[in-house]
Design a protein around this ligand. Structure first.
Ligand code: NDP
Length: 478
């Protein structure tokens, strides 16, 4: 029997989260998904993000295209009067039909792989879990089924990419880099179209009306999504598709295209570019190898699907997560052997912490605590929550292994890995460091958001967990 810190569900108290104890059972009833009410701060943040995020992406990409990735370049030009907004805008490549065709082919191909090629990998790769899998309980008490075939899609896409680069020569391997800004417009069109479609769909034909959340605030609903798991037909799950493909499958292809461009421009691929390609490929492959586990992460089992995920997966992820590779095309960096070893070790340590922490929670939850963590039976806190249909469910929060070190040590590992990608680019410019700054903001915010949700879900039991594991990311610091 696993050791329990406290067995049995604790009787709920009717108190407010603000006092640190947790909501009452009535307040808890199925209210643990995203917010139902919007405060002013959230509303202002949402509007600012809707306005600024597309401009931020354009600014970064344009800084590389016109100013060798110097983020201060456009500002200095504007300040000194050398260029106007209009000049900078008109110098940037615009939308064109060649890019539109490339992008449409790419998205259609990924839809085809997602919908029409059932997973074979789980039959031939030992240890890999794919095929039809269950998602987590939704607040309405449903369990959705998913076809997990992302690894297969990734492998087929990359085999075709290498076959083309080495044998068929249908297109140049630099095709992504060469159309980078025109493709940005196409990605934006798709991102906005998807976000608008799911908004309309939520009103007219939701996949599951009980899992919809309306706040009566248009901007918040548009950004954070109304439907929880919008689907077309029984199987085309928009959230899983857009989260994983086309964005994450594209991530490694984009990096390969950047490496090919370095080869074309300088006659060699620098060791920093190889490092970025390898470290990010490990992260991407890990994502697809663990796609079934991913069904239980916040993106899939807590976030609703709106502009934040739809546009974010189409534009933000492929354009800003790949900034290191883009930077290295314009500023090739050859690292000393000591630096290569240092960056590689940092990246691998970060990945190890990230993977092991996630693995420990997955193992713990799958076996209901009947497993060994660091050679010992894990300790946990028993907790309960209520779904919207009034049913009471029981769960456990582990306080052993990395989950006893900090409440989100998986985020800490992710941040260490993210830092290593940036360090591979040297210290010439700020632009490649955007990723670690952004990831820190994202994961700290996510941590706070998740803990707020867990407090709403588990009430007093969550408080017992935070008493047992005092820090969020770094023991003794935060
Ligand atoms: P987690 O995998 O940390 O999941 C948090 C959930 O786990 C909580 O809501 C709770 O869910 C459960 N939980 C919390 N504490 C415990 C515990 N002690 N024992 C058991 N279960 C617990 O969060 P994410 O889904 O955000 O992240 C998954 C991974 O994805 C992370 O490694 C993160 O770094 C990475 N990530 C990467 C991003 C990127 O852009 N590169 C973006 C977002 C995430 P429940 O309700 O089930 O109890």
């Amino acid at each position: 029997m696993p050791a329990t810190m406290n067995s049995g569900a604790v009787k709920r108290q009717s108190k407010n989260p603000a006092n640190g104890v947790g909501p009452s059972e009535k307040e808890q009833l199925g209210q643990w998904g995203r917010a139902w009410k919007v405060d002013w701060f959230s509303l202002v943040s949402v509007i600012l993000l809707l306005l600024c995020a597309p401009l931020i992406v354009f600014y970064f990409v344009m800084s590389c295209d016109q100013y060798q990735c110097a983020l201060s370049g456009p500002l200095l030009d504007l300040y000194s009067g050398k260029s106007s907004f209009g000049d900078i805008w008109s110098r940037a490549p615009s939308f064109n039909w060649t890019a539109a065709k490339i992008y449409a082919t790419w998205v259609c191909f990924q839809v085809f792989l997602y919908m029409c090629v059932p997973d074979v990998c789980h039959k031939v790769l030992p240890g890999y879990v794919g095929g039809v899998q269950d998602g987590a309980y939704t607040p309405a008490g449903l369990i959705n089924k998913y076809e997990i075939n992302g690894l297969q899609a990734w492998i087929i896409t990359h085999v075709l990419w290498f076959a083309n680069a080495n044998y068929f020569y249908w297109f140049s391997p630099t095709i992504i880099f060469d159309n980078w800004i025109p493709l940005l417009w196409c990605a934006n069109i798709l991102g906005y179209a998807v976000a608008t479609f799911v908004m309309i769909k939520a009103y007219l034909f939701p996949s599951n009306a009980k899992d919809c959340k309306f706040t009566d605030n248009f901007f918040y609903d548009y950004m954070m999504g109304i439907e929880f798991n919008p689907r077309i037909g029984k199987w085309f799950d928009l959230k899983l598709f857009f989260n994983g493909r086309p964005g994450i499958v594209a991530w490694t292809l984009i990096n390969l295209s950047f490496a090919a461009k370095q080869q074309e421009l300088y006659g060699q691929v620098t060791n920093s570019m190889i490092l970025v390609n390898v470290l990010q490929a490990i992260y991407v492959l890990d994502f697809f190898w663990n796609e079934t586990w991913y069904l239980k992460t916040i993106d899939i089992c807590h976030d609703h699907f709106g502009w934040y995920l739809g546009w974010g997966d189409c534009v933000w992820l492929p354009y800003l997560y790949t900034l290191q590779g883009l930077y290295l095309v314009y500023n090739p960096v050859q690292l000393s052997t000591a630096n290569v070893v240092g960056v590689l070790l940092l990246g691998l340590v970060g990945y190890y912490i990230f993977r092991m922490t996630n693995h420990q929670k997955d193992l713990f939850r799958r076996t209901d605590g009947n497993c060994k963590i660091w050679g010992r039976i894990p300790a946990y806190i028993e907790c309960s929550y209520v779904s919207i249909d009034g049913k009471k469910h029981y769960s456990k929060l582990m306080v052993s292994g990395f989950w006893g070190v900090a409440r989100h040590f998986n985020y800490t590992g992710d941040l260490i890995g993210s830092l290593s990608y940036c360090l591979a680019c040297g210290f010439g410019h700020l632009l490649p460091y955007f990723y670690i700054i952004y990831m820190t903001i994202l994961l700290v915010h996510r941590c706070i958001r998740d803990e707020h949700r867990c407090l709403n879900k588990y009430g007093k039991d969550w408080k017992r967990y935070t008493d047992a594991v005092a820090y969020r990311l770094v023991p003794g610091v935060f």
